[in-house]
Design a protein around this ligand. Structure first.
Ligand SMILES: Cc1cc2nc3c(=O)[nH]c(=O)nc-3n(C[C@H](O)[C@H](O)[C@H](O)COP(=O)(O)OP(=O)(O)OC[C@H]3O[C@@H](n4cnc5c(N)ncnc54)[C@H](O)[C@@H]3O)c2cc1C
Length: 436
């Protein structure tokens, strides 16, 4: 049996970053046949699709420098073209909704402006108790009801009354009355929000980033799925019955999966905490279309129940090298959860419903030829900040760390991490364990 000091589970950005930044030898074990985790891309007949759209942006100077160093010569900058589709008004408005009310029916604009004024003139507002209350108290009734609450339900697939709002940070652009008013009166306002500009690899899709990160990393073991962890013996077993002894186990696997792998040895309160963690899942329907420039947009939001997807994006507009000349590409994200399972079952039915809905949104024509059709599935997509999120995560972390199992990354820390956060999570773990 092999004895290894630093065993890393998962070769996504976090596991790779931990190894990249570690001064000690590490051994990575990954269940897939390739590195990258959620940050992978697939190539079909000249089309490149990411595992859900991945754009790069960060305010962290270290992450920014590292990303540019890794992608040197293979990165370009894009100005966001993101819009919201309103089927009931047959209109697209610019994202974020509250800053671009122009063109919506007068009663909708009135509701939104009145709601903002109510918020701004409310002297002693109560502290919101959940995400739904936060939307009302932050943006007012009009904006909450016309867009924010319906969209939240579409993406999270859990009632926003069951979520906290600790994760919001800069993800939901702050309301600013001048900007809202200007956006209601004028057709064009400045781009607002935190990812007005974003970066993306020119060639190879987002997978170029983990590939560059892994270039000099040794000891990456692919097709090694963890099947069991014994914290008492400090051993981990893989699908080929191989058993490895570790001193420190760094896990980027989803917390509930790690607890399952330890099985009966886990105390019941920790098991319960893991069972209570919430997440959603996403299916991506990727389509290659035999028509040029079906749209100039990067991505579009859909908040109405008339559509199966909540967001669609156009890889050919983030990099023209991701589609053959004269063709277009679309990635349609469909979210579901244990509370709201997929409304359409079966691969072909999901693809057909997606195509029908793209025609409904006037993005595809009935006679469009769609030669490339694929479906990618992500069981763990977004961590959901339910009302007990922090308490449950702390309990699981204390138990794991007391057993020399160090969770990190999006699903190890169980946080809403983007790629830059995941890279920094791996670095933090390398710095921390390096000092031990
Ligand atoms: C829909 C969606 C859109 C996103 N868009 C963006 C974006 O636009 N910009 C951005 O910055 N970020 C985005 N992200 C976030 C980004 O994908 C993540 O922050 C990052 O990729 C997480 O990396 P990770 O290594 O922590 O986790 P993962 O990528 O999940 O890596 C974990 C690895 O563990 C492996 N694994 C799991 N179980 C086992 C097992 N039993 N044995 C061995 N290996 C196992 C997995 O195969 C995987 O490779 C998005 C995420 C999603 C879901």
């Amino acid at each position: 049996m092999d004895e290894q000091r630093n065993v890393i589970l998962g070769a996504g950005l976090t596991g790779l970053s931990m190894s990249y930044h570690s001064e000690e030898e590490t051994h990575i074990y990954e269940k897939a046949h390739e590195i990258g985790g959620l940050c992978r891309s697939e190539e079909i007949d000249g089309f490149i699709f990411d595992y859900a759209p991945h754009i790069l942006y960060t305010i962290d100077p270290y992450a920014s420098k590292l990303i540019h160093k890794l992608l040197e010569g293979n990165i370009h900058i894009k100005k966001r073209q993101a819009f919201i589709y309103h089927l009931k008004y047959d209109k697209y408005t610019q994202f974020p909704f509250q800053a671009h009310l122009y063109g919506l029916p007068t009663n909708v604009i009135m509701d939104c402006l009145k709601g903002v004024v109510d918020v701004l003139t409310h002297k002693d507002p109560a502290t919101p108790q959940n995400y739904q209350e936060w939307m009302y108290s932050h943006f007012g009734k009009g904006i909450a009801e016309h867009l924010m609450v319906p969209y939240a339900e579409r993406i999270w697939r859990i009632s926003p009354t069951k979520m906290n709002y600790e994760w919001i940070d800069r993800r939901v652009p702050e309301p600013n009355f001048d900007v809202i008013l200007e956006g209601a009166l004028k057709d064009e306002t400045k781009l607002t929000g935190f990812n007005n500009d974003f970066w993306y690899p020119i060639y190879g899709g987002i997978e170029s980033l983990p590939v560059a990160l892994a270039k000099d990393i040794k000891n990456i073991n692919l097709k090694k799925k963890v099947t069991r962890i014994w914290p008492d013996k400090k051993q981990v077993e893989f699908n080929n019955a191989e058993v490895v002894s570790y001193e420190r186990l760094i896990s980027t696997l989803p917390l509930p999966a790690v607890i399952d792998l330890i099985r009966e040895d886990v105390p019941s309160d920790v098991k319960q905490a893991a069972e209570d963690l919430e997440h959603n899942s996403i299916v991506c329907v990727n389509l290659g279309i035999d028509r040029e420039n079906i749209t100039p947009y990067h991505w579009l939001y859909f908040y109405e129940n008339d559509f199966i997807f909540h967001r669609i994006s156009f890889p050919m507009n983030t990099s023209e090298k991701t589609a053959p000349p004269g063709k277009s590409s679309v990635c349609c994200e469909i979210a579901y959860s244990k509370y709201q399972p997929l409304e359409v079952k079966g691969r072909e039915n999901i693809i057909q419903r997606t195509i029908d809905d793209l025609i409904k949104a006037k993005l595809l024509r009935k006679d469009d030829n769609v030669p490339v059709r694929d479906v990618l599935s992500m069981k763990y997509a977004y961590v959901i900040y339910d009302l007990n999120h922090r308490k449950n995560v702390s309990k699981i972390h204390s138990y794991l760390e007391s057993n020399d199992i160090y969770p990190c990354g999006r699903f190890g820390e169980w946080e809403y991490f983007n790629m830059d956060h995941s890279i920094m999570s791996g670095k933090r773990m390398a710095d921390r364990l390096g000092n031990k």
